[in-house]
Design a binder for this molecule. Structure first.
Ligand code: ATP
Length: 328
């Protein structure tokens, strides 16, 4: 059964400068479509990874799923309840407790003046739940010590702080955790430990993850399905195996080819080629065509729709014609 069902999700931001619109009458508003007509489903107890470059709309989707942002149009169904159209506040409240979010920066998302005990127990205490021994139990589950309950966030390393965030997210026994780049602020060696912990906890607690990352290699081993976003649209969706061996979209191939090359300082050596277009004025037809090695006339004229392909879905006029550099 699907825990999450996203249908035709769209979010437009008004990025006009109000003062300019006041000075110049009838100046058209500048509208930025951050997410456009995105649909996907996440079956219970599985991990769906959303991957794309900066600005592709990943965080905007994550925020709409947890209810931090309202969609311009489309639907977000969690556990059979459409959070966009549901009017019963009690039902929405029940669903919201089933959803937690973990952010990229573990320090910014932990109150520096609170002890770990209060940070972890707060979501449960706020609902009048029983917090006896809760923080101690969760600390042990995330690989920290129960003796740490009286410490403050600054007394932990980056990786440990992200473990605290995981413990806090688990406190209210959620069904779905939306993870927005949870390991990208961490050292590479610590990243793997936190990812392994999250995979283990998924099995133990029967969790479902929506995992957001700009890095395909991070999600390769933990995702059941990967959705590739480009300029707010889903351009490919497939299992990690299919995606890495036979990417159907040239953008996916570009991301794979650019993936894990790090220099001695852990910086990406080879970013994907070409510039990301202006999202306020995206290219006509397929938004990827100015960067695409396979582009032909049809690509600048007609936007390809997402179609079933090789067990997944792809939006490309030349689906399946790509070759990975590494495979050449
Ligand atoms: N509150 C906002 N107001 C105006 N524009 C926004 C807002 N939030 C996001 N955007 C724009 O929407 C687009 C998608 O942003 P989003 O943060 O969802 O992308 P992302 O893929 O998560 O990128 P990153 O990895 O850099 O966070 C970007 O062009 C961004 O500038």
């Amino acid at each position: 059964m699907n825990l999450v069902s996203i249908k035709n999700l769209t979010r437009v931001f008004d990025v006009s400068k109000p003062w300019l619109n006041r000075v110049i009458e009838r100046l058209p508003k500048r509208m930025l479509t951050a997410v456009s007509d995105v649909s996907f489903e996440i079956p219970e107890r599985t991990t769906y990874a959303l991957v794309g470059e900066s600005g592709s709309g990943k965080s905007t989707i994550g925020k709409m799923v947890v209810g931090l942002l309202r969609p311009t149009s489309g639907n977000v169904e969690i556990d059979g309840v459409d959070l966009v159209t549901e009017s019963d506040a009690a039902v929405i409240d029940r669903i919201r407790t089933d959803i937690q979010m973990i952010f990229q920066d573990p320090f910014a998302s932990l109150n520096p003046r609170w002890r770990v005990r209060d940070i972890i127990a707060e979501p449960v205490a706020a609902r009048g739940g029983n917090t006896d021994g809760l923080a101690e139990r969760l600390l042990e589950q995330v690989g920290l010590s129960a003796d740490d309950v009286n410490k403050y966030p600054h007394q932990f390393s980056g990786g440990q702080r992200q473990r605290l965030c995981v413990a806090r997210a688990l406190a209210s026994e959620p069904k779905l955790i939306v993870c927005d780049e949870p390991t990208s602020a961490l050292d590479v060696s610590v990243q793997a430990q936190v990812l392994n912990l999250m995979s283990d906890l998924k099995e133990v607690h029967g969790l479902t993850y929506l995992f957001i990352s700009h890095d395909l290699t991070v999600v390769r081993h933990m995702a059941d399905t990967i959705g590739v976003l480009y300029l707010g649209r889903l351009v490919e969706e497939a299992s990690p195996d299919a995606l890495f061996t036979t990417p159907a979209h040239p953008y996916t191939a570009m991301l794979i080819d650019a993936a894990p090359r790090l220099d001695a300082f852990g910086r990406e050596v080879e970013p994907p080629e070409g510039e990301i277009p202006d999202p306020i004025d995206p290219p006509k037809g397929c938004a990827f065509h100015p960067r695409c090695p396979l582009a032909t006339d049809i690509c600048s004229a007609e936007r390809p729709t997402l179609q079933p392909f090789n067990g997944g879905r792809v939006a490309c006029h030349h689906a399946g014609q790509v070759a990975l550099k590494g495979a050449a």
